[in-house]
Ligand binder design. Sequence first.
Ligand code: GDP
Ligand code: IMO
Ligand code: MG
Length: 423
Amino acid sequence: MNIAVIGSQWGDEGKGKLIDILSQDKDLTVRYQGGNNAGHTVVVGDKEYIFHLLPSAILHKGKVCVIANGVVIDPKALIKEMEDLKKQRIVIAPRKLKISGRCHVVMPYHRILDGLRESKRKNKIGTTGRGIGPCYADKVARCGVRMVDLLNPRILKSKLEDNLREKNEIFRKVYGKRGFPFKAMYSEYLAYGKKLRPYVCDTALFINEAIDQKKSILFEGAQGTFLDIDFGTYPFVTSSNSTVGGICSGSGVAPTKIDKTIACVKAYTTRVGEGPFPTEFSNTLMNEIRKKGNEFGATTGRPRRCGWFDSVLVRYSVIINGVAELAIMKLDVLDELPKIKICIGYKYKGKTFKEFPMDFEVLSNAKPVYEEVDGWMTPTSHVGGYKNLPKNARKYIERLEQLLKVGVKYISMGPKRDEIIFR
Ligand code: GDP
Ligand code: IMO
Ligand code: MG
């Protein structure tokens, strides 16, 4: 069975942990969008790994990981990630990692432009500063550099000459900055190509051949539904389709080959960066939950904004991703709260919204309508099975199921591999 794990809030739902667990039963794990703006945490014993470009199944022996065409790759960051693992005696052989030649490459000018564009905006997005937006913009503008170009000196030369001519002019005339010299960048990126060449192939063919051989695939979503370029809280979003549709264009796999979508959500809500967040906590709870949940960005270390679970938001994600099962992560973070709120609607100018609004003004000013439930005030990390969860924790989960109209299959109550319930 081929399954997809999709973040169903604003990212950082705990996808890394879930994917590490679910990929044990899969042959291939495929990243299909985003880049090293992602930070997916996998905890093994007392070791913590944070993956930015490598799929979260990379630690499993005998499993194949794929970085498919929809991902944007910063080769310097990817090589560093591989070398950091090598220092821990985890060597990634070319038979274990396949990289699409069609992946677009994050270039130094993308990273710099990301910061410069932010500095010019009054309404900042709060990007990760990894050059993701400018790289996807160049892909659409048809001036991007692809992984396959790093393997062909003639193509790289001609693309880079064209691009630097334009970019350097923008740097100078718009931002008053010096441009980039061609030669250093050309040789640096050729060297990356040489290093990564053994991993590069046509991953669309590779994945489809695996499917024909009845191998099973796990599609690893990065970011989350409300950071999606089409369905997210635009413009406070990332630049790729982090919803399920991104799998088809981002990996070359047809929709008929995706058997099931699992929505990964936190038992509450977080968001890094700017943008509307209706259920955001005020100071006291913010500090308490941020501390308890260790809510600091896995990529940038920025403190994450925290808030109550928003069922209006997640229900929308369930609809557009065709979600079959839910995974509720970080339940343990709520263990000490006497009362817990769930957002069931929004109010704006006397009108009640039961569906997720499109209008930025509504979303930014809407007051959440809450339902309050009793907390369980008991540690949950080591309870074992679902029946052993405190009664109020089960009631909370079952209420979320009712509101979201989909069943909860996985409940995570700690960062470790065994702190999870399969229901
Ligand atoms: P991702 O981007 O969706 O993979 O999530 P991140 O790795 O950015 O953030 C999730 C954080 O929560 C990581 O530090 C995980 O180790 C941690 N985590 C995952 N599941 C649980 C859980 O059930 N309980 C607790 N307390 N932490 C968790
Ligand atoms: P994972 O995969 C949380 C956010 C940034 C910013 C916006 C745009 O770990 O869940 P970008 O650098 O993509 O142009 O930034 O998107 N963002 C994430 N937030 N988790 C992520 O990834 C994110 N990737 C991007 O904070 O608000
Ligand atoms: Mg993350």
